[in-house]
Design a protein around this ligand. Structure first.
Ligand code: COA
Length: 325
C-alpha cells in the first residue's frame, strides 16, 4: 500500500485587518463581547480579491515549500463554500493561473470540515495509485456571504486560504482520517443559493432571499464540542495512540471556548492545541491549513511528530485526521 505524505504547505490572507473596534462602528457590539465570547480580536477582509486569488497565492507558496513545479500536479481540489462562481470551479481557475496543465481540478464543499474531507479524497486517490501529487486548498472569501448588519454572524468570520501538497511516499504520513455528517442539523448553519425560478413554473418565485450565512449559535456550539472531543478520542483509539504522543492538535478555529471545552473534556493542556483564531476569526475550510503553515513556517514541526487535524462545520459535518509529519 502506498503512503501519503504532506510535502509542502502555504497560506495567504488579505492585507486588510478589521479589528473588533472597527466592527463596533458597524453593528451594536463591543471588543469585550467578541473577545470574551469567541477569543477573536481581528480578522482579514478582502478588499476585492476573490477566492481564487487567495487560493492561487496559498498554492504558489505550498509549491515552493514542496520544491515542486505546477506541472508536476495531477489534481487540484479546492475546499470552499464561497467559490468565485457556480462554474468554472475555483479549482479550475487556480489550475489555469498556476499553469498546472497536467492536473484535473474540482471543488468540494463540506463547509469548515472541507479541508479534512479533501484530504481523505486525495489520500485515497494517491493510495490507489491513480495520482502522485495532489494540491489541496481551503480557500474562502466569506465576507461576500456575510450580512454585515447581523452582529450574530459578522463578528465571527474572516477571509483566507491555506494549501498543502500531498504526495506518494515510502514513509508513513497520513495515518488515518475519519469523516462524518448529520444532515438533520443542517438548518443550524446555512447560506442559501439561488431559488428555483424557470419559464415552466405556474408562479414566479418571489422569494428573494438574501444569500447570507445564518446560524443557530448554541446548536452549533453543542455539536462542535461533542464532535471535536469524540473525533480526537476515536481516531486515537482506532490507531492505538495515546494523546500524550501527539505533538499538536490543529483544531478548526471557530471559537476559543469550543477549543477550551474540548481540551478540558479530553483532560489535555490547552497548549497542545495550536490556536491562531485571535488573528483571523473563522475562515471556514482555510483555518486548519493556515494554522499548519504557520506551525511549519515557525519551525515548530519535526519529522515524525504526530498531529491531529479536527474540524466541524456546516452540513453539519465533521472530520479528524491523524498525521505523521
Ligand atoms: N455583540 C454583542 N452581543 C451579541 C453579539 C455581538 N456580536 N452577538 C450576539 N449577541 C447577543 C445576543 O443577541 C444575545 O442577546 P440576548 O440575550 O439579549 O438575546 C446575547 O448576546 C447572548 O447570545 P448567545 O447566542 O447566547 O451567545 P453565546 O454565548 O452562545 O455566544 C456564539 C454566541 C455565536 C459566539 C456561540 O454560540 C458560538 O460560538 N457558537 C458556535 C458558532 C460556530 O462555531 N460557528 C461556526 C461553525 S463552523
Amino acid at each position: 500500500m502506498r503512503n501519503v505524505k504532506i510535502k509542502g504547505t502555504g497560506r495567504y490572507v488579505p492585507d486588510n485587518i478589521v479589528t473588533n473596534f472597527d466592527l463596533e462602528k458597524l453593528v451594536d457590539t463591543s471588543d469585550e463581547w467578541i473577545s470574551t465570547r469567541t477569543g477573536i480580536k481581528e480578522r482579514r477582509i478582502s478588499k476585492g480579491e476573490n477566492t481564487s486569488d487567495l487560493a492561487f497565492k496559498a498554492a504558489k507558496k505550498a509549491l515552493e515549500s514542496a520544491e515542486m513545479s505546477a506541472e508536476e500536479l495531477d489534481l487540484i481540489i479546492v475546499a470552499t463554500v464561497s467559490p468565485d462562481a457556480f462554474t468554472p470551479a475555483t479549482a479550475c481557475i487556480v489550475q489555469g493561473l498556476l499553469g498546472a496543465k497536467h492536473a484535473a481540478a474540482f471543488d468540494l464543499n463540506a463547509a469548515c470540515s472541507g479541508f479534512v474531507y479533501a484530504m481523505q479524497v486525495a489520500r485515497e486517490m494517491i493510495k490507489s495509485g491513480t495520482y502522485n501529487n495532489i494540491l489541496i486548498i481551503g480557500a474562502e472569501v466569506l465576507s461576500k456571504i456575510i450580512d454585515w448588519k447581523d452582529r450574530n454572524t459578522c463578528v465571527l468570520f474572516g477571509d483566507g486560504a491555506g494549501a498543502i501538497i500531498l504526495s506518494s511516499s515510502d514513509e508513513q504520513g497520513i495515518m488515518s482520517i475519519k469523516l462524518g455528517a448529520d444532515g438533520s442539523k443542517g438548518h443550524a448553519l446555512k447560506c442559501d443559493a439561488v431559488p428555483v425560478n424557470n419559464a415552466f413554473m405556474d408562479q414566479v418565485n418571489q422569494q428573494n432571499k438574501l444569500r447570507f450565512i445564518s446560524m443557530e449559535g448554541r446548536e452549533v456550539f453543542r455539536f462542535a464540542t461533542t464532535v471535536m472531543a469524540e473525533g480526537i478520542e476515536n481516531i486515537l483509539k482506532d490507531n492505538s495512540i495515546d494523546i500524550n504522543e501527539v505533538k499538536y492538535i490543529i483544531p478548526h478555529q471557530a471559537n476559543y471556548r469550543i477549543i477550551d471545552f474540548t481540551s478540558k473534556r479530553l483532560k489535555v493542556d490547552i497548549s497542545k492545541f495550536y490556536i491562531n483564531l485571535q488573528n483571523y476569526g473563522n475562515t471556514s475550510s482555510a483555518t486548519i491549513p493556515i494554522a499548519l503553515d504557520e506551525l511549519n513556517e515557525k519551525g515548530l514541526l519535526e519529522k515524525g511528530d504526530i498531529l491531529i487535524f479536527v474540524g466541524f462545520g456546516g452540513g453539519l459535518t465533521h472530520g479528524a485526521a491523524l498525521v505523521k509529519w
